[in-house]
Design a protein around this ligand. Sequence first.
Ligand code: ADP
Ligand code: TZD
Ligand code: MG
Length: 579
Amino acid sequence: MAMVESLETDTTGEGASLTDGFHLLIDALKLNGVETIYGVPGIPITDLGRMAQAAGIRVLSFRHEQNAGNAAAAAGFLTKKPGICLTVSAPGFLNGLTALAHATTNCWPMILISGSSEREVVDLMQGDYEEMDQLAVAKPLCKAAYRILHAKDIGIGVARAIRASMSGRPGGVYLDIPGNLLGQVMDEVEGQKSLVKVIDPAPKQVPHADAVTRAVELIGSAKKPLIILGKGASYVQADEVVKEFVERTGIPYLPMSMAKGLLPDTHDLSAGPARSLVLKEADVVIMVGARLNWLLSHGKGNQWGIPHSTKFVQLDIEPKEMDSNVQIAAPLVGDIESCLSAMLEEMGHEWRKPPEDWLTTVREKKEGNIARMASKLQNNNSPMDYNGALGVLKRVIAERPDAILVNEGANTLDFARSIIDMFKPRKRLDVGTWGVMGIGMGSCIAAAVETGHPVLAIEGDSAFGFSGMEVETICRYNLPVCIVVFNNNGIYRGTDVNQSGGEDVATTVFVEDSRYDLMMEAFGGVGMHATSPDELLQAVNKAMDSGKPTLINAQIDPAAGKESGNIGSLNPVSVVGKK
Ligand code: ADP
Ligand code: TZD
Ligand code: MG
């Protein structure tokens, strides 16, 4: 803290007060509304974290940068403002970089700020403490990467990072802060003048009238229209317009995983429980903030995918997204709110609903599937299967619609996504576009901190392990997080055997009957163990009522899951068979 003290001393002898890089960086972030920083301290940014905390920013210290980064990424999705992650040089930077790439892949705004070594040493590769050319490494993995070399450029550097992360298609930005920048001194008045508040960081982008007419005409010609809502539609916080578009057109909609709850999953027009049918049968699909990537079988037919005859309307802010996998018959480039409003305007209030036989087909399929599932979800088997355990957690969320659901794993993810209805927008955080394990605890922490709402995490035992040490962080900040570990002794299943007959267990198998609940107890949180759906329900309700950090070890039948959950078909197959 020596720097702060020296600032109080007049070093010029002319009565001018001074500021420095530390304070300018903090002031620049505060000026742009940054309230929270997620990170791990160390050289050269320890004092930066301390001073940010002293300046009223909430600085949350993690046990590993990847989890801090995942928290920042989730914060970006939840708040529509860049989540900030602060790390040390080289290894800390690399640990945070995975999360920055994850945020970029998911189109979420995030800024990774990492301390770095001096350019003179890095560029001559002289072997500094944690030396790395971080800017060069970050560039190909995020939306934009900048380095600030002079204190007078901190204002513009932070402004560029914020605008780059939020404008157009949002994404991750890397900001490189060489250690000696923080200590650079400049006149305080000049310093304050150099700060930049970003005006209108995500400008509206209104689609062209011709494109709107083209889209509305195509929708008007459809006999079996379908809307697909993606997490871009959740992100934009245009919930009322999305609802109005669905309800005024009367078109059935399919929510992608993190768009669940944008309209309640129990909505009359939700086609979630008839997913395979609507994807196979729809003749015109309106994509709203969703991409035709692997999650929608690239918009091309396979046994449960989309047939070649389907025509697409696509609303996206990123022009290059159009025709990425198949032809888009009616591309609508602009922000979702402007696009939907323009279409509603063009459609008028007397827009005709889709043909009744299509609506009936969807409704009947949906009701049949819901009825078929209902009895399975009520089983009280011990050990639990996925249906029994998730059946009770479905009730928990229905009774607590404000709670945020964090979800990762393979079977644990796929079953939870389809079984648990969501009722409000931006209440589901999961593995996103990459299907990445390890987002769990970072997402829990960001959800609790950014929204103040309780969090329920449903975690595969493998998935939990990627970020499990952050239970200490959750206890330290006393966050209202209830983690349920679906413990089936391994990845996908706990029953695999080592084909060699050797002593090592199979590659997907963990220690049998582990007690993850004891990890939470180690840090002063509450640990519980549940062997049946009834016990699980009681334990979760108790945890959610108490608001205390809790981990429930839910014993799942090790044989209940299947390889890779619902995406086993993506595994390559050996032509000579398994040995
Ligand atoms: P999902 O995985 O749910 O299908 P994706 O992440 O694939 O969703 O798609 C989100 C899309 O939303 C991205 O193509 C992104 O460009 C788009 N998007 C993000 N913000 C906006 C916005 N303000 N207006 C329009 N599209 C947006
Ligand atoms: N590493 C990373 C970063 N992401 C991944 N997706 C994987 C590895 C591979 N993987 C999956 O795709 S799911 C999964 C792994 C390791 C764990 C599945 O086991 P689980 O869930 O215990 O979390 P279930 O319920 O046992 O299927
Ligand atoms: Mg498992």
